[in-house]
Design a protein around this ligand. Structure first.
Ligand SMILES: NC(=O)c1ccc[n+]([C@@H]2O[C@H](COP(=O)([O-])OP(=O)(O)OC[C@H]3O[C@@H](n4cnc5c(N)ncnc54)[C@H](O)[C@@H]3O)[C@@H](O)[C@H]2O)c1
Length: 439
């Protein structure tokens, strides 16, 4: 048996701050407030509805995760955020058009109170939108300081015990790690010098870590993936995680992929296309923002299928991902996947998936769980990259030199074993040989 980790109790309020108060963020906030009023259930949230098996199967111990680990309660959450538009969370949720008007009206008072703080924004990083609610400080370091002041004020005004930050803002253009991102010193100098290579999302991440606030990245931008921020997280004992919420088509890919692979079904081609019409779709209509998303979406299959180990099955697979902005769809994304597969003696077959999903409905529970588990990580003294939360991301962040695990079922085992480890319970690998021993 492991020894139990010393975890601080989740007393008091948890502040959840989201850079970006668009469709995902407001669907999440409205959902928690509605669930707290008994108006709906947080389906899809493992922190709220998941169970975990403990001990041997014969013991029949399957507590709710929220009773097993000390987690912040939904009743103790308060919300805030930043956006380039002035709309409060109620107006923004109406505009996003994800949740029905009736439901939104029943949480209108609470949502209307959540007003976006002025954003750190740079049009060069998100080209297809423009807003007025932005900070005007002279340098990027001054912007970071202004964000730290926002966090402090939010925490005091809302009487929060702890705060976490989850990036729910637009996808930034594709950037690569350069010299200024390599160390804390270089990064801070670049902030002072207003270097163009520092993206707004990195400034939020820096401000969060400097304020002792865990940061989870829901978009595919680099943000917390740069060495300077990773080093800072370790140095300041703050958890970070990323990147890009795993929802929609990629969720389906990471469900189907491991299934086909485990039965050694070959794949010749996997073509994925989407149409979506929300603001996210508009931002991704820009080639540079799409590139960031494309890299994140394409990375998924390789590590699941391991073509280098199974060249006859997967080496020549043609994998294509397309995203098309189509306004009439709104947040109701539609995706099509065509899989050309082959089996016994190379005989060809096809699978077609047509997923009519609501992106923000799939993302909201992910935001909730990330906030809850990042807060747990912080209270348990876990610093730096939280790979056990890979389960929630399209491009899971791992320690340098490690291959990310994309298989959602392996990710789930790692996630559960981390919780068991924290609570001093036996780890479970599901491999017991039950003809020799009880598992
Ligand atoms: N919905 C999903 O299933 C899903 C899955 C994976 C990733 N994501 C990512 O999550 C993010 C949010 O998605 P969404 O559908 O809510 O998009 P959205 O366009 O509705 O909301 C994003 C908001 O961020 C704001 N914004 C942009 N730059 C900002 C900045 N620098 N500071 C503060 N606010 C800023 C925009 O004004 C907008 O209101 C996107 O990056 C998207 O790619 C979403």
């Amino acid at each position: 048996m492991n020894s139990k980790t010393n975890i601080k109790e989740p007393n008091g309020k948890l502040g959840i701050l989201t850079p970006g108060m668009g469709a995902v963020s407001t669907t999440f906030m409205a959902g928690v407030i509605a669930a707290n009023k008994g108006l709906g259930k947080p389906f899809g949230s493992i922190s709220q509805m998941g169970k975990i098996r403990l001990g041997k199967r014969t013991e029949d111990r399957n507590p709710d995760i929220k009773d097993f680990v000390p987690l912040a309660s939904m009743q103790d959450m308060v919300f805030g955020g930043w956006d380039i538009f002035y709309d409060n969370a109620y107006e923004s949720a109406l505009n996003a058009g994800v949740l029905e008007k009736d439901l939104l009206n029943s949480v209108k008072n609470e949502l209307s109170e959540i007003k976006p703080m002025p954003a750190v924004f740079d049009h060069k990083f998100v080209k297809n939108i423009n807003g007025e609610n932005i900070k005007k400080e002279a340098t990027k370091m001054d912007m970071a300081k202004a964000l730290m002041a926002d966090i402090k004020t939010f925490k005091e005004e809302n009487n929060c015990d702890r705060v976490v930050m989850v990036w729910c803002a637009s996808t930034e253009v594709y950037t690569q790690i350069s010299d200024i991102h390599l160390s804390i010193d270089k990064f801070e100098k670049a902030l002072e010098e207003n270097h163009p290579g520092i993206a707004p999302s990195m400034i939020y991440a820096y401000a969060a870590l400097k304020s002792g606030v865990p940061f989870a990245n829901g978009a595919p931008n680099l943000t917390v993936d740069i060495p300077a921020i990773i080093e800072l997280a370790k140095q300041l004992n703050v958890p970070i995680a990323g990147k890009d919420f795993k929802t929609g088509q990629t969720l389906m890919k990471t469900i189907l992929g491991p299934g086909l692979k485990t039965r050694l079904i070959g794949i010749n081609g996997w073509f994925s296309t989407n149409i979506l019409g929300n603001r996210d779709g508009e931002v991704l209509d820009d080639a540079d923002s799409f590139k960031t998303k494309e890299v994140s979406k394409l990375s998924v299959l390789d590590s699941i299928l391991e073509p280098e180990k199974y060249p006859e099955l997967y080496k020549d697979m043609y994998h294509k991902v397309r995203i098309n902005y189509y306004p009439p769809k709104g947040d109701d994304k539609e995706s099509w996947d065509n899989l050309d597969i082959f089996g016994w003696l190379g005989y060809k077959m096809q699978i077609k998936v047509n997923f009519l999903c609501k992106d923000s409905i799939l993302a909201a529970p992910v935001v909730l769980d990330l906030a809850v588990f990042m807060d747990l990580a912080q209270r348990a003294g876990m610093k730096g990259i939280q790979e056990w939360l890979s389960f929630y991301f399209k491009s899971p962040q791992t320690k340098e030199g490690l291959q990310p695990i994309h298989d959602i079922f392996l990710q789930r085992i790692k996630f559960e074993n981390t919780l068991r480890h924290l609570m001093g319970e036996e780890l479970i690998n599901y491999l017991g040989l039950d003809y020799y021993e009880e598992d």
